[in-house]
Write a protein that binds this ligand. Structure first.
Ligand code: PHE
Length: 435
């Protein structure tokens, strides 16, 4: 008997938990900071609407109509066996992303402890960050994060994934609101808000557009069958279109709230918004160090980041696990052990690529950057193209109509979007990612 989420809240919390993660709180602010703030933000929101929500719907329909894992979902009667390639792409991206993502999640866990122990002085933050990320201690944190995933995933859909999501998601939203209030009451907060919401359209270049599209993709967890896997556990009563819109809206809301938290603080303390990937790990600790009670804020902030990343890593792990259970007939505990052990090996290599293995390069990329590049810039867009084409061309209108129970016009627009607009738009990101 196929497992199912027990409540609608649990199902949505799990899917939102997958979408909301480091992508919203770590990656969105730095991408927005580097790409000109408000202009980037508006284009990002546009992509969520025209590209993101249709692909979420496609994944939902594929998952719930097949009630299968990412491999089985593409083996519909009459579909060419070539489509199962999509399943393999999904599995590979899930393992690669889980491996390098756990490294960053491990950093956030270390920073919680560090906040309480007291941080390095503002001038030493950079060297503290680089020496930590290259150390064996960072490997230990990566392994600990993966062990936490093992602990949740081996318990299954209702007792593991759903229970964790029910706990993590409310905590995340409470922390977000506390931080918004804190940030908005800082002196000079309005300058940060202007940066985020007042667009300067002269900053829009092709590369800004492409980055915004890539960010929308990563942030919604689309293109690797995460939502196919989760929706195969949805109840038949779940309203797919409404759920897709809820997920898109909440994910965008969290990214915007992260911007509202970070930019006022950055401007209020005279820092640069364009620090890049180290914005959260170097710039923010410098700000916290200056605040009264800063260590508490700092510990809470990294707790927020850890909370968000755990519900995402859980969703990545479930992709290979449900495949091993469904296609290889393994028990859940064995499938979980194999998945987590594989990611522990790859994750350790990724972590070490900041230190002892920094000299190992493939196409001039370290292992961490290679995994990130391969998955985000190549495999996710490829998966996204196949998923929209499959939902638009292979699934017939009757299946879509039965799954979505919506008006015929909406169905037609959605089908056209999946057939033509999504594959074309995603191809654009793909080609740019390659160059
Ligand atoms: N969407 C997650 C985030 O924003 C990352 C993710 C990507 C999760 C792919 C699952 C699958 O952090």
């Amino acid at each position: 008997m196929k497992q199912q989420f027990s409540t609608r809240f649990g199902a949505i919390a799990a899917a939102v938990g997958s979408a909301v993660g480091l992508g919203n709180i770590w990656r969105f602010p730095y991408e927005a900071g580097v790409n000109g703030g408000a202009a980037f933000m508006f284009i990002y929101v546009l992509f969520i609407c025209v590209l993101g929500i249709p692909v979420i719907v496609a994944e939902f329909v594929i998952g719930r109509s097949s009630r299968s894992d990412v491999y089985g979902a593409f083996r519909r009667k009459g579909a060419s066996p070539m489509w199962s390639v999509t399943g393999y792409i999904s599995l590979l991206s899930a393992v690669l992303i889980l491996s390098f993502y756990s490294v960053v999640a491990g950093w956030t866990a270390h920073y919680i402890v560090q906040s309480i122990h007291a941080f390095a002085g503002p001038d030493d933050l950079h060297s503290a960050f680089t020496s930590f990320t290259g150390s064996w201690q960072a490997v230990a944190w990566t392994l600990l994060i993966l062990a936490a995933n093992w602990f949740v995933l081996r318990r299954g859909v209702q007792k593991g994934i759903e229970k964790a999501a029910n706990l993590l998601m409310p905590l995340l939203f409470v922390l977000l609101i506390v931080f918004c209030i804190r940030s908005l009451t800082l002196p000079g907060a309005s300058q940060g808000l202007r940066f985020l919401f007042h667009p300067d359209m002269s900053k829009v270049t092709p590369s800004v557009i492409v980055s915004a599209m890539g960010q929308a993709f990563f942030s919604l967890s689309i293109g690797l069958g995460c939502l196919i896997t989760y929706s195969s556990y949805f109840s038949p009563r779940e309203r797919l279109l409404r759920s897709a819109i809820t997920i898109g809206a909440l994910d965008t809301l969290v990214a915007l709230l992260a911007g509202v938290i970070i930019f006022p603080a950055v401007f209020s303390y005279g820092q640069s918004p364009a620090a890049g990937p180290t914005l959260v790990f170097e710039t923010l600790p410098a700000i916290f160090a200056d605040m009264p009670g800063g260590f508490i804020w700092s510990a809470l902030f990294f707790l927020l980041l850890l909370t968000a990343s755990l519900s995402s890593t859980i969703s990545m792990g479930e992709i290979p696990i449900s495949y091993l259970i469904g296609q290889w007939g393994m028990s859940r505990s064995r499938a979980t052990a194999i998945t987590i052990a594989t990611c522990m090996c790859l994750g350790s290599l990724c972590s070490l690529s900041f230190g002892p293995l920094a000299h190992i390069k493939v196409c001039s990329l370290t292992l961490f950057n290679l995994f990130d590049f391969l998955s985000s810039n190549i495999l996710l867009p490829l998966g996204g193209i196949f998923i929209s084409l499959y939902a638009g061309h292979i699934l017939d209108r009757t299946t879509l109509a039965a799954q979505l129970s919506t008006r015929p016009v909406t169905l037609t627009v959605l089908r056209l979007t999946l057939r033509y607009i999504c594959p074309l738009l995603i191809s654009l990101v793909f080609i740019n990612g390659l160059t």
